[in-house]
Structures are given as C-alpha cells and as structure tokens.
Design a protein around this ligand. Structure first.
Ligand code: GDP
Length: 425
C-alpha cells in the first residue's frame, strides 16, 4: 500500500556555474524529457545560432509555469532505473532559499555545482552553509566545465582539494567529487574518455548510491492537530501524520499538557478499510474520552516515555536569517512549527557564522542573510522533535507581526540541556 517516495534532490551552486545546464542534461540523459521538449530545445538553440543550450529547457518549463500550464518547474521528476528522483528547484535565488528553509524543498541529497576553473565563490559558500544548516546528508560535488581545463588531472585534483577543504570546514561529508561537463555530457550519465584518469563515479552513479529516504513510518507516532470538528454529533481530531502509524486502540498523549485518550476510530478518505494509517496521510481520529485539543497540539504515544518529544520553553535553533535588517536579542516573533504557532523571544544569540571563512564567533546580532545559532524563549512549554534531515516537523519558521517569513529555524534541542557557546553541528 505504501509506495517508496521519490528521492528529492537539490541542485545548488554559484550563478553561471551551470545548474540549469546540468538539469537539462540530466533530464535528457535519463530520458525524462516530455514529448516534444527536446525538439523545442534544439529548435530554439538553432534559432539563436547556438549549439544545444540545455538551460533553455528550464526556461521553457518556467514559461509554462508562468502561463499556468501543467509543468511545475519547482519539482522536476526523473528516473534512474526503478528509482525516482525529483529535482526541487525554484525560480530565483531568494525564492529558492526560502523554499529550502521552510521545507517546501525538502531535499535528501544535494548536487553542489562548482565551476572547475573558478572554484568556490560567494554563493558556493552560502549554499554549502545552507546545506549544512538544513542537514542535507548527501552532498555530491560536480566540478563542472572541466572541459575548459581540458580535463587536466593536476588542475582538477587541485580544484577538488579546494572544494573538499571548504566543505570539510563545515563538516559536510562529500559523497563524490565528479569532474564533469554538463554542457558536453562528460561524466554525467556516461564515463568520459577525456578523463581516463578519473576512477570515481559518474554523477548518475553517485546519485544512485544515495540511500532512499529513511522511512518515517517506522518512527514513533506523531500527528499535530490541524482541526477539530463535529460530524453527526461526533467529534473528530484531524491532521496529517508526520511520523509512524496509528490504529484504533492506541493510547495517545495530547499536547504539552499530556492528557491521555484512546483512539476509538481512524477515518480517512482513501482505503477506509485498512486499519492502520501512516506518515504522510491526512486522517481524522475519534478519541475516547472525547477531548478537544487545540490546533497545533501534538499527538504522540502515551505509553512510551523513551520516545516522547522534547518539552521545553527554551529551544536552541539554527537560524537562517532572511530579513534585510539584523536580528537582535529581545526581538519577538511567531515560531511556526507544523500546525502550531508559538510566541517566542530571542533569548540569546549563541554563535554567528562568519561567511567569509565559515568560522563561528560571538556576536550581538545576526546580519541580513546571516546564519547563527540562537535560543528562543516561549511563554509556555513547547513540544517538539529536533530537526533531522528529510523530516519537516523539526523545522520551524520565524514570522514577524506582518506575517512575513523572516527566518528558517530548524530546532536543535531544549536549551536547558546545553551550556555556553558551541559549534553548529
Ligand atoms: P546557472 O546560472 O548555474 O544555471 O548556469 P547555466 O546553466 O545557465 O550556465 C551558465 C553558462 O555556462 C552557460 O553559457 C552555459 O552554456 C555554460 N556552461 C554550463 N555548463 C558548462 C560546461 O560544462 N562547460 C562549458 N564550457 N560551459 C558550460
């Protein structure tokens, strides 16, 4: 009944290092282009008197999106054998960052595109930092435009070592560094004759090696309450299951107050005959006794203390700060976490990342577009699961009083348990 989900990947990198070209090339080489797309690209390239420009493919997807036609350029599916991948992308750099931190783009793996000749640039560092902060586990580096270096081994090995050093400082584990040419197709889907010295995987081999997303079904049950409604005189608690499974008879604790109820009935639209509902499904539960939880209350197993969510009014978070002005201690926001909204104040700024050399330092404020580790204080205990990759429920978003998203805030843990400044890890 449960289908393995497509593995979401992001493709990031400094502007002009070849992201769009790579996406076009990947779709072409994996035969994922929709009918007519290839002809369109070839035609428009020809009209401009150019060799085939793979990045036109993305432009054409974008146009369709703007016109409200079917294709969603923010989720581009492709297949490798029996495995499904989906490239999560967004028009525009800022929108992309927003999507990533708010979980609209919840990626399992990332391809960091680096121009082999230019090496890491400002956005390369920023994106690498972002990958670290949102906890992407599998990072593949594509040393693109290696054709410009003639696939020269010495030059490419030097470029590889520079990138590895940068990512090493962020404690990002690199799956592979692939010397490639997205434009010409070297080491993307097939091994290049121009780099006979290279013994590592092609990009597609490296992607195929990324393990499928860990199953949220096997984790302890979590469902944040979305709504409570009455139907034919019976009360139902509705929500989307974030983790685990639920069936009639399960004993659940509700919210920070921890009232306990038993599931009397699990209702859902599709497959109503199946007794178990699992992560990803939207369901309604009838509870006994007939309690009335609030929107945002978390339901979790009542009888398994070891797996209970964290409960604290002080939460340490990694912050990706998006506002045009700095953030200072004492400012107040709404922390949106799944369906819950909590009033929070910035209690301390614990460490700020210096984007030039990627070191952590003490700081009184987080600069615009900066990264930091901060402690948020709520007026009441908050139930939460610390962020882990591929899991949307530990990823908070800070919203100002005009309802603008000003920061992404994956939750690290309760602040009481930690002391002093410590590294982001
Ligand atoms: P993006 O801004 O990262 O999406 O970069 P694009 O995909 O738009 O590529 C920027 C420019 O680099 C375009 O003119 C591409 O044709 C060129 N380019 C992309 N990949 C390669 C490559 O592998 N080799 C060479 N020589 N040029 C490339």
């Amino acid at each position: 009944a449960y289908r393995a989900a497509a593995t979401p990947i992001v493709i990031v990198g400094h502007v002009d290092h070849g992201k769009s070209t790579l996406i076009g090339r990947l779709l072409y080489d994996t035969d994922s282009l929709q009918d007519g797309k290839l002809a369109q690209i070839v035609e428009s390239s020809r009209k401009r008197g150019l060799a085939v420009e793979w990045s036109f493919l993305l432009d054409s997807l974008q146009i369709e999106r703007d016109q409200g036609v079917t294709v969603d350029s923010t989720r581009i599916p492709f297949r490798l054998g029996s495995r499904e991948f989906v490239i999560v992308d967004a028009p525009g750099h800022r929108q992309f960052l927003r999507n990533m931190i708010t979980g609209a783009a919840d990626a399992e793996a990332a391809v960091l595109v680096v121009d082999a000749q230019e090496g890491a640039q400002e956005q390369t560092r920023r994106h690498a930092m972002l990958l670290r902060l949102i906890g992407i586990r599998h990072v593949i580096v594509l040393l693109n435009k290696s054709d410009v270096l003639g696939f020269d081994e010495a030059k490419i090995v030097q470029a590889e070592s520079d990138v590895r050093q940068l990512l090493g400082r962020l404690e990002i584990e690199v799956e592979a560094v692939v010397p490639a040419s997205a434009r010409d197709g070297d080491n993307i889907a097939s091994r290049s004759e121009r780099s006979a010295w290279y013994k590592g995987p092609t990009l597609i081999e490296a992607l195929a090696n990324v393990p499928p997303p860990t199953s949220r079904l096997s984790l302890p049950f979590r469902m944040p309450v979305q709504d409570v409604y009455r139907f034919d005189g019976v009360r139902y608690v509705a929500g989307r299951i974030e983790r685990g499974t639920v069936r009639a008879g399960d004993r659940l604790a509700i919210g920070a107050q921890g009232q306990i109820a038993t599931v009397a009935e699990v209702c859902r639209w599709h497959a109503p005959e199946l007794p178990v509902a699992g992560a990803g499904e939207s369901i309604a539960l009838r509870l006994e006794p007939d309690l009335v939880p609030d929107r945002g209350d978390l339901l979790f197993p009542a009888d398994d203390k070891a797996s209970a969510p964290e409960r604290s009014a002080r939460i340490r978070t990694r912050l990706f700060w998006l506002r045009g002005e700095p953030l200072r201690v004492g400012e107040s926001f709404t922390l949106r976490l799944t369906t819950a909204e909590h009033d929070v104040t910035v209690a301390s700024i614990d460490a700020v990342v210096d984007l030039d050399d990627l070191t952590l330092r003490q700081g009184d404020e987080v600069p615009p577009d900066g990264f930091a580790e901060i402690t948020l204080a709520a007026s009441h205990a908050v139930l939460f699961d610390p962020f882990s990759p591929g899991m949307g429920d530990g990823r908070g978003v800070l919203v100002d009083r005009h309802q603008r998203i000003v920061g992404g805030a994956p939750l690290i843990g309760p602040a009481e348990l930690e002391d002093g400044v410590h590294a982001i890890h």
